[in-house]
Design a protein around this ligand. Sequence first.
Ligand code: UGA
Length: 442
Amino acid sequence: MTLNISVIGTGYLGATHAACMAELGFDVLGVDVDPEKIDALSRGELPFHEPGLPELIRKHVDSGRLRFTAEVSEAGSWADVHFICVGTPQVKGGTGADLTYVDAATAGLVESITKDSLVVGKSTVPVGTAARLSRLVAETKKDGLNVSLAWNPEFLREGFAVEDTLRPDRLVVGTGSEADEAVLREVYAEALGRETPWISTDFETAELVKVAANAFLATKISFINAFAEVTENVGGNITTLADAIGFDTRIGRKFLNAGVGFGGGCLPKDIRALQTRVGELGLDHSMKFLDEIDQINLRRRKKAVARAFELLDQDIVGKKIAVLGITFKPLSDDVRDSPGLDVAARLYNAGADVAVFDPEGNPNAAKRYPRLGYVDSLTEAVKDAEVVMLTTEWKEFKALTPADLNDLVASKRFVDARNVLDAKEWESAGWTFTQLGRKFEG
Ligand code: UGA
């Protein structure tokens, strides 16, 4: 008999996990407290941009394998495995993780469970959370039922969420018993058949693997950006430097792209939550370096703004600046902690006339910063601009050539804040072309 699977929380993680579980052949019930989201998903509509996911959701809503509900009790009486996929954002007014949603989702679910089942946490949580929730499950489950908790962190990247979920590079499960591990082996049988590495461990390791991975990635980005601060001053080419060290397979070239730094709903809040958690444990010194990683990253945004000032001889008030790219990375409409949006807002607050264009992000950005000048095309953004700044490396921006902009802009000044264009090509077309990580001679 195949397992019935419920997924609690239908944001990026949950919606993707639910659709992919259906793709793997399971019957799946997605649960969310937001009835509007449930209605949209039930019609096969996705409230955010993720390539390939709407098609997969529609496919399995149509096949009948994927359903959505706002009633957690439906999941409690039906599913054999429940995945908790709710968010753990940065707490308001602090740096730790807000566990309100994970706690409420787990407590509400367990109350409604009426059959033997396994609750599996996928959300990114501070170490110690799984052990605490495991006790909660044991104490609050109905008498006579066999209900336990496991932790199975998720490593999906926005923009590649479906691919990462269907073909993960590793699976990590923290369980309290072999029986629980066996259930998860059944869930992930398809990936295991392809010899996907399977790491079976305790709760603490499973929780820490996730934050360690994100902290490492953040560190790699800030490492190269720290060198960008040096090359910006002494000269040198940061991209060549990254290429050269990246050939050492112990280092690797990935996540060594210098520029305006990392953003999004994961890396920034995860390094802050990790520091906060180890601080609570009296181990502040162990993760103190992450504070520097965060600071290096945030300085990149200020540097991008400073470059615009330099290009305009500090006279930025009323000058039109085109900001290309407002999402925290391409292939996403996510503007959470987005470097591009932060830079645009800083320029606006300094008095610039900011024209923002992003292929997917404008509506979300407008909800956060309604006053920026959002336009519907690249042409509109750059028309009569005094400075053009590239802040997210969307394909169409990476393909830009001087000829595309020469006749549109008021002045040929460019800040490539992602280091993706060919400086020589732009310079020889008469542009004052600058990149983060490159010395600006003025
Ligand atoms: C990140 C991790 O990569 C995933 O493995 C993890 O599962 C996910 O967080 C999560 O915790 O859920 P994601 O936030 O989708 O995924 O984005 P990344 O691809 O990691 O990019 C993060 C940021 O770093 C972006 O703003 C990107 O532009 C920036 N970045 C990335 C650089 O500035 N330089 C690089 O070389 C690479």
